[in-house]
Write a protein that binds this ligand. Structure first.
Ligand code: MLT
Length: 385
């Protein structure tokens, strides 16, 4: 166990009502977030994983080792054998109101999937969810957008190649979209144990709720604009900037701050340097859409926003986070509607959260699992009125 876990936290009243910010509450064996270096999965810096097969990285989180060739082949064969979600789930999705946000569709879809197909075995349900989430999310895109019926999976394809096939985005070249989504999927899988969606999922599972129920709760957490839905708001912000000229971008950033607005895509609860997941995505953008106007704006923000934000001593992290450029890339590769960006984040984060739930429920404390979450709240202002 690292020294970090030995640092005892002395809790005083000033720490109360701060969202548990920085409180050590448990151990995480899938990933670690270093304020300077960013996230690593099972000890591998994210930069070393970004271009691997997404299935290899999912295996890493589940099994805590990178697979050898034969292990990867059998994991892929296992996912392939699971392909095909219960048609009842697709029928239920058809009845959902289009006004509902795609995250509300995802949450509903997970409830439907659980009702139709849960086994109650965390390991089995984690694998099923990893195999089925792409089909569920692709169906959400198609049905809610009105692109047509869900497209049946082609399980011989890789997980993301199959997802792009099932999306069937009208008029879009699947090449760049697949290239982008393979990396996007790997980068968003896991981010330590304490991010809101992961923590929520593990808390719900600690009451012995099944994997689908826990993941549904986790995705409700992810849907908030201060958490996963920030990626949607980021693209809207980049659009509003409306220029990639440094002077114009700087004027926009300064005016936004003067008006009390937020610079979306910059800052992070834990990180104190440029998020390596952003760095990797800027590189992907140079490959797939170097001249795209929104990408160019995001690139200008990368330097200009940091310069301006550094002038504010209260800003603890003026650097780009994972959302700073992801929306611009998705837009350039054919997914123009930012309302769907958080379900793509969710598609990926389901893998990491499922892996953490398996670890906490099935493996932690010699298989006994972490007890039900029950932090203490200090009672206050409860005099009879
Ligand atoms: C992230 O991926 O950056 C998060 O889930 C936010 C966090 O770490 O709190």
């Amino acid at each position: 166990m690292s020294d970090e876990a030995d640092v005892l936290f002395s809790i005083t009243t000033k720490h109360l009502n701060t969202g548990l910010r920085g409180f050590p509450v448990g151990t995480c064996r899938t990933s670690r977030v270093d304020p300077q270096a960013g996230v690593s999965y099972v000890g591998y810096p994210i930069q070393r994983l970004a271009d691997l097969d997404p299935e290899a990285v999912a295996y890493l989180l589940l099994e805590r080792e990178l697979p050898a060739d034969d292990q990867l082949a059998s994991f892929k064969a296992d996912l392939k054998a699971r392909a095909g979600i219960d048609p009842k789930v697709l029928e239920l999705l058809r009845g959902l109101p289009r006004e509902g946000h795609p995250m509300e569709w995802l949450v509903s879809g997970l409830v439907f999937l659980g009702m139709a197909s849960k086994t109650g075995d965390y390991v089995e349900d984690a694998r099923n969810l990893i195999a089925w989430a792409p089909e569920l999310v692709a169906a959400i895109f198609r049905l809610r957008h009105g692109w047509g019926d869900p497209i049946p999976p082609k399980p011989d394809l890789g997980l993301i190649e199959n997802f792009v096939h099932m999306l069937g985005v009208p008029g879009v070249d699947p090449g760049p979209l697949t290239r982008l989504l393979r990396t996007f999927y790997v980068l968003h899988m896991d981010h330590g144990g304490g991010n809101l969606s992961t923590f929520t999922g593990k808390a719900v599972a600690s009451g012995a709720a099944d994997m689908y129920t826990a993941l549904t709760a986790a995705m409700c957490g992810l849907s908030g604009p201060l958490h996963g839905r920030a990626n949607q708001d980021c693209l809207d912000f980049v659009r509003k900037v409306g220029s990639s000229e440094p002077a114009e971008v700087e004027a926009f950033v300064r005016k936004t701050l003067a008006d009390g607005g937020k610079i979306y895509g910059f800052g992070h609860a834990v990180l104190r340097a440029e998020d390596p997941r952003a760095t990797i995505q800027y590189g992907v953008g140079e490959q797939v859409c170097p001249d795209d106007p929104l990408f160019r704006t995001a690139l200008t923000l990368r330097t200009v926003a940091v310069k301006v934000l550094k002038e504010f001593p209260k800003v603890s992290n003026p650097y780009p986070n994972v959302d700073a450029v992801s929306g611009s890339l998705l837009h350039a590769c054919g997914l123009a509607d930012s309302n769907y960006y958080t379900v793509l984040f969710g598609l990926s984060r389901i893998t990491g959260i499922a892996a953490q739930i398996v670890d906490e429920r099935v493996r932690a404390r010699n298989g006994r699992g972490v007890p039900i979450y029950r932090p203490k709240y200090i009672a206050q202002d409860q005099d009879p009125r």
